[in-house]
Design a protein around this ligand. Structure first.
Ligand SMILES: Nc1ncnc2c1ncn2[C@@H]1O[C@H](COP(=O)(O)OP(=O)(O)OP(=O)(O)O)[C@@H](O)[C@H]1O
Length: 357
């Protein structure tokens, strides 16, 4: 594979020895089936006077395999966060199932559970927030912040709490002696480590990380990504990693699902997606990554112009069709029913990011 001069990332994760994530070896930890999340907003949404309905996630099917990192990518507003929040059951989906397989092999539909029924599962499925500055309560010590999920969920008491907090901090590369300090005493990267310790202290199995490194400086970002990788290897974690940053996705993820206006339009192994995308939107997304070397820049390295639909719109045909350089008449009439959601998927020879001019 030719080196990608634009990135300088370490070798792709799915090539790491000892991580057999092939469909035959890996079992599902989560199956998302026909998931739909519709918001009925107040007046003024999208400038309308009537109450607008936004279908942020629209009939999504997705499988998350145990031990993998599944990336969710797409432009702002495509529904990534909403899908992540449905998995965390911060939103109750409008329709569909979220079939989660517990450690003992039993399956449970998260979408159908009541608040009380969800409680024990909240320790198994955790999140890492985007912005370590706003997600940590400045009036709580690090010990209190990291201990909170243990105490709220009655997982530990007394000295055990302190031990588990210390252990979580140590795993995340922080000195447990500092747990009496407040978040302001730490750097941005250290605060994100505290956020990760808080997510991990309950010993979760599935972690949804939404733009978990986006707020960090580039130098700190790779340290946090390495930490997430190490923790995954150590603890056998499964990640759903939401990001608009394709270089981060390429570095960290085993597989990627590409979202466009509430739909998954393509799902692929990371390497395959970056070398040979099958959906024109994926190609456009990959090409829109800034390339510092002008020799690698293409004149069409931008998402094609065209009417950008909003998720409250009723669609006929392919949702990407108004912006698609390859669209044919059929694309405006019939929406492709299966992923990759493109009528021309078998015919088009699309370019990945490794292609040079
Ligand atoms: N609570 C809400 N009420 C109404 N509409 C919402 C709500 N949350 C999200 N939306 C809408 O749903 C759509 C998808 O939003 P979402 O935040 O999931 O996208 P995203 O891909 O994560 O974007 P970003 O990267 O900007 O966070 C957007 O049109 C958004 O305005």
């Amino acid at each position: 594979m030719p080196a990608d001069e634009t990135r300088g990332t370490s070798p792709a994760r799915h090539l790491s020895p000892g991580r057999d994530l092939s469909p035959a070896a890996a079992e599902d930890i989560l199956r998302v089936e026909g998931l739909t999340m519709r918001f009925t907003g107040g007046a003024g949404l999208f400038g309308r006077r009537n109450r607008a309905t936004v279908t942020a996630v629209d009939d999504v099917d997705l499988v998350v395999r145990r031990g993998e990192t599944l990336g969710l990518v797409g432009e702002s507003g495509c529904g990534k966060t909403t899908l992540g929040r449905c998995i965390l059951r911060a939103h109750k989906p409008t329709a569909g199932r979220l079939v989660y397989r517990r450690a003992d092999g039993t399956e449970v539909d998260l979408a159908a559970l009541s608040r009380a029924e969800l409680r024990p599962l909240r320790t198994e499925i955790r999140t890492v927030f985007q912005d370590p500055n706003s997600s940590l309560n400045p009036r709580m010590t690090v010990q209190q912040i990291v201990a909170e999920p243990l105490i709220v969920n009655n997982l530990a008491s007394g000295s055990e709490v302190k031990d588990r907090v210390g252990e979580a901090l140590r795993r995340c590369g922080l000195r447990p002696e500092l747990m009496r300090r407040y978040p302001h005493a730490f750097s941005g990267g250290e605060r994100q480590r505290i956020g990760i310790a808080r997510a991990l202290v309950t010993e979760p199995r599935l972690v949804v990380a939404d733009e978990a490194v986006s707020a960090l400086d580039v130098s700190v970002r790779s340290q946090i990504l390495n930490l997430l990788e190490d923790l995954q290897d150590e603890l056998g974690l499964t990640y759903v990693f939401i990001s608009h940053d394709l270089s981060v996705i390429q570095h960290l993820c085993d597989r990627v699902a590409v979202m466009y206006l509430g739909r998954i339009v393509e799902e692929a192994e990371t390497e395959d997606l970056f070398e040979r995308p099958r959906h024109p939107y994926s190609e456009a997304l990959l090409r829109s990554v800034p390339r510092p070397d002008p020799r690698l820049r293409r004149r069409d390295d931008v998402l094609p112009a065209g009417e950008i639909a909003t998720p409250d719109q009723a669609f006929t045909g392919c949702r990407f069709q108004p912006r698609c350089r390859y669209a044919v008449d059929l694309c405006a009439q019939v929406e492709p029913a299966t992923v990759p959601r493109c009528h021309l998927a078998g015919e088009l020879e699309l370019d990945g990011v490794y292609t040079t001019i």
